[in-house]
Unconditional design. Structure first.
Length: 310
């Protein structure tokens, strides 16, 4: 028994990417049946047919943007991901991604997450902006991945919500796929454990808040806020009543232990103009203090007087 993609690679003078694309596009049959799984196992007596003229490399989308680098050395790269930029390629993605930009700059990247996710240790949603660490070596990637698991690496987010919190809160509610809408997640009793803390920063009708994740579920901040009838401005998927060009959520502070020096490092990702303008509107003279990294971190360190939702 041998994988279908490996078998075809031995028979066809084409790249592995071309072979994979050929199979996934439905142009390969095994025993007269179309097979779209590259890892499908074939045996010596199987009849294998393919349409060689349909082979195509995946499209190379034009990389006509730039990304700000916050920090770089031989092991890691920390960037400030702009809103609207997808982190890595996927079948549904029809534009250049952060990975495409990294490759266009000939930046060395780890390879243990597969070709489409070179260097990617963790991700941020398309409309969300902020700090993201990239692994340059496989050793750094493994070390950072372990930190994600043991929570020695993490981020503090800033978000602007459509209705103020009554007090600082912690939400400890399990999250799973919404059975009525596959694009959404929801609070569900048999979901995965999820915990988020939220602190009030400034604002009356709308409010700037800081968020700290203790787990990494998809849409976790948005789902937990929705469970108490609050929403990030612009988050129409989860019911925000105030629209915006994008979801006003930003990964503001990133902390990690460096893979080589083993020293604790902290990075701050500057806010983009849309969030700065909105924060200026709702916070006024308080803005400098409320955006101070030490102030935000100290608020979570002294997180004692809060309401628990579980």
């Amino acid at each position: 028994m041998i994988r279908l993609d490996i078998y075809l690679k031995e028979k066809i003078n084409s790249s592995r990417n071309q072979i994979t694309n050929l199979i996934k596009s439905g142009f390969v049959k095994v025993n007269n049946k179309p097979i779209i799984k590259p890892s499908f196992k074939v045996s010596q007596n199987d009849k294998i047919e393919y349409e060689i003229q349909t082979l195509e490399e995946p499209k190379d989308y034009k990389v006509d943007f730039d990304v700000d680098i916050i920090y770089e050395d031989d092991e890691i790269l920390v960037v400030n991901k702009p809103p609207y930029l997808v982190v890595h390629p996927a079948p549904s993605v029809k534009e250049a991604t952060l990975v495409d930009w990294l490759k266009s700059k000939n930046i060395r990247l780890s390879t243990i997450s597969g070709e489409e996710r070179h260097g990617i240790v963790h991700r941020i949603d398309k409309e969300t902006s902020g700090a993201l660490v990239i692994a340059k070596t496989n050793e750094a990637h493994q070390f950072l991945s372990e930190q994600l698991s043991d929570k020695s690496m993490g981020r503090y987010y800033l978000g602007i919500i459509d209705l103020p919190l009554k007090e600082d809160i912690e939400i400890d509610r399990p999250i799973g796929r919404n059975p009525k809408n596959r694009l959404k997640n929801t609070i569900i009793h048999n979901g995965k454990i999820a915990k988020t803390r939220f602190i009030k920063l400034c604002g009356e009708k709308e409010e700037l808040i800081a968020c700290k994740l203790f787990t990494g579920r998809t849409h976790q901040i948005r789902v937990h806020l929705n469970s108490i009838n609050r929403h990030i401005i612009g988050d129409e998927l989860y019911g925000a009543k105030e629209s915006s060009d994008r979801i006003l959520l930003h990964a503001y502070i990133l902390y990690l232990i460096h893979p080589k020096t083993k020293k604790l490092m902290q990075f701050t990702a500057p806010l983009f103009d849309d969030m700065k303008e909105k924060i200026n509107q709702i916070c006024k003279e308080e803005i400098n203090e409320k955006l101070n990294e030490n102030y935000i971190i100290s608020r979570f360190a002294n997180f004692t007087n809060y309401r628990l939702y579980s």
